[in-house]
Design a binder for this molecule. Structure first.
Ligand code: AMP
Length: 231
């Protein structure tokens, strides 16, 4: 099974793909994660992409395509996260493999902004404590959102290590809006390309991020079942 997952920042895409990975024994291939790791290692590739990552700019297509080509070689089961991001990447991927389905996560910007603004992380760099103070009960354009908060037991202290919770710099509203704008701008032409495709059309599984992750993942699985990709 070969999948692509598309979703705006804050849509829980990372969580869904991790769960799908566990459940269906898929390799999760996130180009963002790969690049961050290479930068940390200080590898040749890391040095090449470091500046782009720092500025939040796209890494040149040729580099990204080569990395993905190498990673999916001989890989029968995977979920791609963060790739393709440009038309050139989408067309290159077409030449490499046949993708079975595109999972597209939908959410209204207003909800994403509220959700990302509510994110709190543990201030201890060695801890991965992750919480959310946003409590969302709202209906927009007929979509009912029920997204309860994920609070620590003690007020603003990490359950795992007791350190104070903080907000990430890029989780502030001005930065979120910019990240959402960039996502829209980048993903639109790629999604259009897949939707317009006539030959070898790839089916879409569209789900709304309007419930906690376990329920959204169930909906994705339902979509995979309907396509006969899983039982
Ligand atoms: P992400 O974690 O997916 O937001 O990716 C982090 C950064 O890695 C992006 O801001 C880009 O600099 C780079 N990157 C990740 N995936 C791609 C891609 N498919 N094409 C170009 N650059 C990418």
């Amino acid at each position: 099974m070969k999948l692509i997952i598309f979703g705006p920042p804050g849509s829980g895409k990372g969580t869904y793909s991790s769960r799908l990975k566990e459940r269906f024994n898929l390799e999760k291939i996130s180009t963002g994660d790969i690049f961050r790791e290479e930068v940390k290692k200080g590898s040749e590739l890391g040095k090449k992409v470091e500046e782009y990552l720092k500025k939040g700019e796209l890494v040149p297509d040729d580099i990204v395509i080569e990395v993905v080509k190498e990673r999916i070689k001989n890989c029968e089961r995977f979920i791609l996260d963060g790739f393709p991001r440009t038309l050139k990447q989408a067309k290159a991927l077409d030449k490499m493999v046949k993708i079975d389905a595109i999972i597209k996560i939908n959410a209204h910007s207003e909800i994403l902004i509220e959700k990302i603004s509510g994110r709190r992380i543990c201030s201890n760099p060695k801890c991965d404590g992750n919480y959310n103070i946003a409590d969302i009960h709202k209906t927009i354009d007929g979509i009912e959102y029920i997204l309860p908060p994920l609070l620590p037991k003690e007020d603003m202290k990490c359950d795992k290590c007791g350190s104070p919770l903080i907000q990430r710099d890029d989780d502030k509203p001005e930065v979120i809006k910019e990240r959402l704008r960039i996502y829209e701008e980048q993903s639109k032409p790629v999604l259009e390309y897949y939707k317009r495709k006539r030959k070898n059309k790839i089916p879409f599984i569209e789900v709304w991020m309007n419930r906690p992750p376990e329920q959204v993942v169930e909906k994705i699985i339902e979509g995979l079942k309907n396509l006969g990709l899983v039982r």
